[in-house]
Each structure stands twice: as structure tokens, then as C-alpha cells.
Design a protein around this ligand. Sequence first.
Ligand SMILES: CC(C)(COP(=O)(O)OP(=O)(O)OC[C@H]1O[C@@H](n2cnc3c(N)ncnc32)[C@H](O)[C@@H]1OP(=O)(O)O)[C@@H](O)C(=O)NCCC(=O)NCCS
Length: 247
Amino acid sequence: MVDQDIVYRQLRPSDIGVLERIHCDLFPIRYESEFFHNAVSGRDIVSWGAVDCSRTDGRSDELVGFVTARTILANDSEIGDMLRYDPTRTDQTLVYILTLGVVESYRNRGIAAALTREVIKYASNLAHCQAVYLHVISYNNPAIQFYKKLCFKFVRRLSGFYYIQGQHYDSLLFVYYVNGGRSPCSPLEIVATVAAYVKSFFKLMVTRLWKSEEKVSRWSKCKESSRLLTAQNKRNITSDSDGCQCV
Ligand SMILES: CC(C)(COP(=O)(O)OP(=O)(O)OC[C@H]1O[C@@H](n2cnc3c(N)ncnc32)[C@H](O)[C@@H]1OP(=O)(O)O)[C@@H](O)C(=O)NCCC(=O)NCCS
């Protein structure tokens, strides 16, 4: 259901204070001020924000949610092996989600889903973009459920990816393929390919067995009738016997 009160727009320089505060509230990692400057000025980072236009407290243009992302070359990314693409092509890209968040009082209203769809739409419109991807810290179950719900594919667990306050945490890598991008070969695809190969092999064997049985029975019929034929005809039958044209 579309929430009429929530408006989505690109981030602006005036958002910087709120953006920084929400990041501070939601994430265990501290981001450098250069990151916020780049996010609100669109330098190297694309971003969208959500605001509640129904607010009457003068904060109808204040961010209640945001997403920030960056376009990177597929060749430079860590998920090159997760893509079915030509590595000699240098123009293939990916969109990497840096941060996504919604303030607590605005959760479960579809805001993060709408923001993520903006990123997917943006990536889909980039001619050579293959996928949108991101990392989630392994204990962040709401985010994991969220990305699964949006049909992101869990592709890899990275051990000790995060180092926060003296402790290592794993991260889960999620990918959403766009523009026909896809993984080179999932384990399921390998199993399906092997199963199809085994099936066609057995089918071939059964057909051959059936044909050779048919050949034997026809050959014995040929042998019976060949007694009536001349020696010359007998040679012809023998040489043509593959097609069993003797009968
Ligand atoms: C994860 C987060 C962004 C979700 O924001 P949100 O606006 O509440 O999410 P949405 O309302 O768009 O949820 C869409 C779907 O995701 C799933 N989902 C969202 N939050 C969930 C939760 N806490 N538990 C389980 N599923 C959840 C639901 O299936 C939901 O669909 P539904 O409403 O039809 O059930 C939000 O909880 C948040 O900001 N968390 C803190 C920051 C963070 O963890 N960011 C992600 C780091 S990569």
C-alpha cells in the first residue's frame, strides 16, 4: 500500500545534520564527515531520502529514512565471481548500497522497501549495471529478513568482515541482479545440469538397447528369409543390415 504522507526525494546539502544524527543513532560504525558531504552533494554517492509531508511541527521536510549507494566497476568489486559476465569488458558496473535506515517511529510502513526500489530502478537504468549488492552484519535479523523479503539473494558469508569495538563480526552478502545479470552457476544449477545429463544418458542407453533388440529380432527374421535368396542377394543384405532393409 502506498503511504501518501511519505515523499521520496534525493538528499540535499540541508539534510546533512539530520542524516549524520540518524546514522549515529542506527549504526554501530562511525562514518567520516566526508561521507555525509558526498552523500548530500551527490559526489560519488547516489542517495534518496524519505520525508513525512503530513507533519505539522515544521519538520515536514526532515528525513525519516535514507539510502546511500555507490556505483563501482564490476572488475574492481569483490563479487566479480558471483556474476556471469565477460571480465574483458571494463564497462560493467554494480551498485553497492552503503547505508539504509529508517527512524524507529516510521518503521514497518514500507519506507525502506520504497527506498531500496529507488536504488534498483536506478541500477536497472544503468546500461551496463549487473546487480545491486550490500553487506549486512550477521546479527542484524530485521535487515536480513528485509532483504530476503525484497528478493535479494544471499550469496556469501564473510568471516570477521566487521571490526567493531574490538570485536570481529561476520557479514552476509546479498545480491539483487538487474539487466539480465546473474550468478555464474549456483549449486542448484550444477545439480540440475548433472541430473539432466544423467537423465539424457539413460534415455540414450535405453533407446540403443531397444534398437539393438529390434535389430536382433529383425536380423533373425532376415536370416530365415535369406535362405530363399541367392548368394549375391545375401551379400547385399549383410552390407545393408544396419537399416534392416532386408525385410
Ligand atoms: C531494516 C530497516 C531498514 C527496515 O525498514 P522498514 O522501513 O521498517 O522496512 P519496510 O517497512 O520497508 O519492510 C519491508 C519488509 O521487510 C521485512 N521487515 C522489515 N523489518 C522487519 C523486521 N524487523 N523483522 C522482520 N522483517 C522485517 C518485512 O517483511 C516487511 O514487509 P511487510 O511489511 O510486508 O511484512 C529498519 O529496520 C532499520 O532502519 N534498521 C536499522 C538500520 C539497519 O539495520 N539498516 C540496514 C543495514 S544494511
